[in-house]
Every structure is written in structure tokens, then in C-alpha cells.
Design a binder for this molecule. Sequence first.
Ligand SMILES: NC(=O)c1ccc[n+]([C@@H]2O[C@H](COP(=O)([O-])OP(=O)(O)OC[C@H]3O[C@@H](n4cnc5c(N)ncnc54)[C@H](OP(=O)(O)O)[C@@H]3O)[C@@H](O)[C@H]2O)c1
Length: 315
Amino acid sequence: MPDPQPRHGDVRIRVGSAGLNPVDCRIRDGDLRPISRLRLPIVAGCELAGTVDAVGPGPSRFAVGDRVYTRVDKRRLGAFAELACVQQELVAHMPASLDFAAAAGLPLAGLTALQALRDELAVGPGTRLFISGGAGGVGTLAVQLAKDFGAEVTTTASPRGAALVQRLGADCVIDYTQEDFSVVLRNFDAVLDLVGGAMLKDSFSILRPGGRVVSIAGVPEPRTAQEDLGAPPWITAAFGLMSFAIRRRARKAQASYRYLFMHPSGDDLRVLAALVDGGRLQPVVDSTYSFAMIAEAFAALEQGHAKGKIVVTFP
Ligand SMILES: NC(=O)c1ccc[n+]([C@@H]2O[C@H](COP(=O)([O-])OP(=O)(O)OC[C@H]3O[C@@H](n4cnc5c(N)ncnc54)[C@H](OP(=O)(O)O)[C@@H]3O)[C@@H](O)[C@H]2O)c1
């Protein structure tokens, strides 16, 4: 491929490391075509950390040589390459205390956790919060952020992930391979669902009246289409039908249901960088592969048991 040229307002970044995410597999498989029509061929990859290599025309808050990280534009992608051009408003200086591998795994999962907990669930001191799937890429960050916000955090993990989520601050860990959380938990204020399926359905039974469920892995609903995607009315209607049963379950439990699609944001990446450099948030890297081994890295991701993030690094 020819080197990409930065447009007005872009920076071009020499990629040090790029993070892998389940959404990369869904994009590769064409699952997101109804909501996201990418113009092919395209360089894939959603998040990266690296060094600013060139600055496009227009005012800039970055200079050549700055160490930055970003969750790239959803319509542009481009993290799985030596060079990536990204709009500056989606970029931030990476945490000074991290190397590229640790920083590259932070943007997508970190923004997702932050936006779900802060903006959708309004988690604060004393919130009784249940997080399903605390040991993965999003979960390891969500547990730490929720604790930092003052919540009392219960999460699920298999024996492989229990010690990790405890170390990250979870107050109570349920081994989902042995115990049904919906039988033992009651009176929660909020649920952050990272698993979907039966775990999402069962979440409503542990809430107090007025409680909230936010999922990033379940069924999209009309607000997803309107607020997160700016999608046409037929998508809103389709999401309304798809989520009918789960919204009815929410109504019966006197709870609310929201499916969130995270949004890229340089401002929120600055918030995350400050938390990391302040010693309040620690990215967890499951494994690091060379870029030449990206197929193996994807195979590992698709096993579904990563503890933290899987990243690829460039020479
Ligand atoms: N909507 C959005 O904007 C958005 C953004 C980011 C991610 N997502 C979605 O959110 C989900 C999680 O993403 P991720 O990056 O965190 O994935 P991930 O890193 O691949 O998650 C793997 C982790 O999930 C745990 N897990 C799997 N099944 C579980 C279960 N039934 N109960 C408890 N834990 C379970 C595994 O633990 P064990 O090994 O112990 O089983 C593993 O540690 C994916 O579906 C992804 O597509 C959505």
C-alpha cells in the first residue's frame, strides 16, 4: 500500500502497537454491514499507540515525535498498518507511564468502560454494581474504573480470571462456571453486561426497582440507533423489534435497558491517560504478538478467554 497522506486536521502516526478487539472479527466477517458500510479495500484495526510522524494541514495540538494513542474513526479504521492517519480530535497523548503495547490496548475498551459507567450508569460512591465478565479486555478496566468511582463491585469470572479481578479491586467474584449469579445476588442498582445472552436476560432479576442495565454485548435497541449510530428510521424500527423481549423484561423488573455503542473521543482518552498516570487505572495485557503473527493473535482472541487485551507490535 502507498503511505497514507494526512488530510486537513489529521495526524499521521507511526504505529508502535495496535489492539485487537472482538469487533475486528465482526467487521472481518461482514456482520456489521447493515449499520456500517465500509468502502473496500480497507486497512482494518480500531486502536493503536505510536509516534506522530506527520501533521496534516490546519492548526494542530500535536507535533512530530509525540507519543499518542487513539480509538480511530469507525468509518476509516486503519490501525493494522505501519502508518495510520487519524483525525486529531480522536487522538490524545498516551499515558507517559505506559509502553506502546499497554497503551494500544486501552482506547477502545477503556472508552467503552468509561462511557458506560460514567455517562449511562452514573456510577458513583456506594453504587451497587454488577459487571458480567470482569476478566476480559473491557472488564478489567470496568472493574477498576467502577472502584475508582466509589462503587461496590460484584463480577463474574471463571477460576482462570478470579485472582485477576480480585487484584483489580472487585469486592465479590462469582465463579460463573459453578454458580448462577441470578440466584445469589439481589437489590443491585446497576448492571454492566459484557457477555450478553442468558447473562443479560438474568441480570434483571438482581436489580432493585428503578435499576439500570447497560449492555455492550446484548441486543441493540432504538436509542442505540438514534443516539449512537444516527441511523435511519428503519434501523431504529429493526432494533426496536430485535430488543422487544429484553425491553419487556426490563419493564417487568421496573428497570431500564440500554445497549451502548462506544464512541471515539480524544477528550475521554485524556481522562483515561490522567487516571493511568495517577496510578488509578492499570491496563492489563493478556499477550503480545508481532504484527507478522496477527492471524495467531486473532485465533487467540476468538477463543474468548483473554485476560485483558491482546495486542500486536510493529518492529
Ligand atoms: N458495544 C460496544 O461499543 C462494545 C465495545 C467493546 C466491546 N464490546 C463487546 O463486549 C464484549 C466483551 O469485549 P472484550 O473486549 O472485553 O472481550 P474479551 O476480552 O474477548 O473477553 C474475554 C473474557 O470474557 C470472559 N467471559 C466469557 N464468557 C463469560 C461468561 N459467560 N461469564 C463471565 N465471563 C465470561 C472470559 O473469561 P473466562 O476465560 O474466565 O471465561 C474472558 O476473560 C464483546 O462481545 C465485544 O464485542 C462492545
